[in-house]
Design a protein around this ligand. Structure first.
Ligand code: PEP
Ligand code: MG
Length: 584
């Protein structure tokens, strides 16, 4: 038999070899039917019973897993329970039953579709993915409505690699690591809750394989390479042996990462680097510590504005930031004021479509234009600063005029709170993101006015090289090691050093192990990243001397092209970390 290779998206790293188990997760097929006026009341009651039953099932699941798992993961079940109380979902369905005389199944299906459509207009991948949560909850209610029993992961005998169309986070929660080796799905993305959970539970997974369920039968031998998002069905002998070797090497390496997880991110000659996590939800705080990070270097607050039709209230802002600050204390939490606009459109802000959104009314520009929304957020952040180590960070500052404007507003908001007798940290530190070339070019002027810098390479690279970060056609040009980008980074670093302020990086570049030594050599002392990258970067930091990092940084900076810089970086890695280089 010829081996077949399928490539999707890496969701959770690791390599497993085993027999496939095809899990039946076909969507329930429901018939939308018209009903008579006289049946409306019964139909609504039937729907409410299905909601109650679904809630009971999720509560049960929650109880079963409160002990075994870190509490941090249970928020996903809470999200689903909350959705069962969601007005759009519940009232929307009831309204359709009453007004369109549809049966409960049909009404629920229409409601889910309507909600999904709203989500589709959101370009932010993470937020768009929350649509899946609505669909998965809806699917559960539908099954309960039609009395369709779900095939459970508990039915599986022996070890298996799960192959499914899609999996709900509750499925992932039920996976016992001794039985479930890993999973691969047709649907999903890196930022779906299922993928996030798999990463934090350490279950290797690949998602977005599109048609893996039609290529695999239960009992087939499969190799799942979660590092590259690849599934190989019926591997031939050579591939099999090759992957056995890779698997052994990866396990060894994983053990090493686990061993250093709780050790400081310190170079061989004693220089301490702060490794922090980037989060979007208060519930993610725990996973930062679980991965050996210390503090939150970037809390993206756009999430508070998404998936809703109204603006968040001051109390909502306050509650979210306070929760994060309290969970992370005494470590710092850098709250970034909302970066709406661009690819993150919040319906409630009444955005107009722009022809160049990346260059449009985005982030701090939008905040300064819509000051009423901005002030509400600032009040929430300031009030939360009384409960932990909160710092504030402004996105997309392009020049001093914007910084001065935010200073005036912040001072006014502080004065209001003082007058109201509300507690806040008078000394709360203020930083700016350096993510526009103009900000990097005047970093010396900005440094004199702020407490810290945080470099956002995702945008800095986009604007420096004129490459739309969302456009797949120019993605090949998106190059962190481009000499122009590196020179800007060095400029920012020089300015921070002269002004004696901390220099952080929170763009994706900070989480790539290939760049870790270069960045510390350039003077970055804080690196904030997605949690899964923390142990990898820590491994590098703990294995280099500052002298080597400095030399590597100057070598890379001296190269005339990105290609040459990359060669220098890769060579350094190959020589120092051959075992890690193989995994990159
Ligand atoms: C960045 O631009 O690097 C950054 C961290 O911000 P965002 O990805 O949210 O734009
Ligand atoms: Mg940015």
């Amino acid at each position: 038999m010829q081996e077949k290779v399928y490539t999707g998206i890496m969701a959770s790293p690791g390599i497993v070899i085993g027999r496939a188990y095809l899990l039946d997760r076909r969507k329930v097929v429901v018939a939308g039917q018209r009903i008579e006026e006289i049946s409306v009341k019964d139909e609504v009651a039937r729907f409410k019973r299905a909601i109650a039953l679904s809630k009971g099932q999720l509560e049960d699941l929650k109880k079963r897993f409160t002990k075994g798992l870190g509490k941090s993961h249970l928020y996903i079940l809470d999200t689903h329970i909350m959705l069962l109380e969601d007005k759009m979902l519940v009232d929307g369905t009831v309204k359709r039953v009453k007004e369109s005389h549809l049966n409960a199944e049909g009404a629920l299906k229409e409601t889910i579709e309507a909600i999904s459509l709203k989500f589709d207009t959101i370009e932010d991948e993470y937020l768009r993915e929350r649509k899946h949560d609505v669909e998965q909850v809806g699917e559960r209610v539908l099954r309960n409505l039609v009395g369709h029993k779900q095939e459970s992961l508990a039915d599986i005998k022996g070890e298996a690699v799960i192959i499914a169309h899609d999996l709900a986070p509750s499925d992932t929660l039920m996976m016992r690591k001794d039985k479930i080796l890993g999973f691969a799905t047709d649907a999903g993305s890196r930022t779906s809750h299922t993928a996030i959970l798999a990463r934090s539970l350490g279950i290797p997974a690949a998602v977005g394989l599109e048609n893996i369920t039609s290529a695999v039968k239960t009992g087939d031998v499969v190799i799942l390479d979660g590092i590259h998002g690849v599934v190989i069905v019926d591997p031939d002998e050579e591939t099999f042996l090759d992957y056995l070797k890779k698997q052994r090497r990866y396990k060894y390496f994983e053990q090493e990462l686990e061993n250093i997880k709780d050790l400081p991110a310190e170079t061989l000659d004693g220089k301490l680097i702060l490794l922090e996590g980037n989060i979007e939800l208060p519930e993610e705080v725990a996973s930062v510590a679980d991965h050996g990070g210390s503090g939150i270097g970037l809390y993206r607050t756009e999430f508070l504005f998404m998936n809703r039709l109204t603006l968040p209230t001051e109390e909502e802002h306050y509650a979210a930031y306070r929760q994060v600050a309290e969970r992370a204390a005494p470590q710092e939490v850098v709250v970034r004021t909302f970066d709406l606009g661009g690819d993150k459109i919040a319906v409630s802000t009444g955005f107009e479509k722009e022809s160049n959104p990346a260059l449009g009314l985005r982030a701090i520009r939008f905040s300064l234009k819509q000051q009423d929304i901005f002030r509400v957020q600032l009040r929430g952040i300031l009030r939360a600063s009384a409960h932990g180590n909160i710092k504030i960070l402004y996105p997309m500052i392009s020049g001093l005029h914007e910084l001065y404007a935010t200073k005036t507003i912040l001072a006014e908001v502080k004065a209001e709170l003082r007058a109201e007798g509300r507690a806040f940290n008078e000394q709360m530190q203020v930083g700016v993101m350096i993510e526009i070339p103009s900000a990097a070019l005047i970093a010396d002027l900005l440094a004199a006015e702020v407490d810290f810098f945080s470099v956002g390479t995702n945008d800095l690279i986009q604007y420096t090289l004129a490459i739309d970060r969302l456009n797949e056609h120019v993605a090949y040009m998106y190059e962190p090691l481009d000499p122009a980008v590196l020179r800007l980074l060095q400029m920012v670093s020089d300015a921070a050093r002269k002004a004696n302020i901390p220099l952080a990086m929170c763009g994706e570049m900070a989480g790539d192990p290939l760049y870790a030594a270069i960045l510390i050599g350039m003077g970055f002392t804080v690196l904030s990243m997605n949690v899964a990258s923390i142990p990898w970067v820590k491994k590098i930091i703990r294995s280099v001397r500052m002298q080597d990092a400095l030399e590597l940084a100057s070598l890379v900076l001296a190269q005339p092209t990105a290609e040459r810089s990359r060669q220098a970086a890769v060579q350094f890695m190959d020589e120092r970390f051959p075992e890690l280089a193989a995994e990159l």
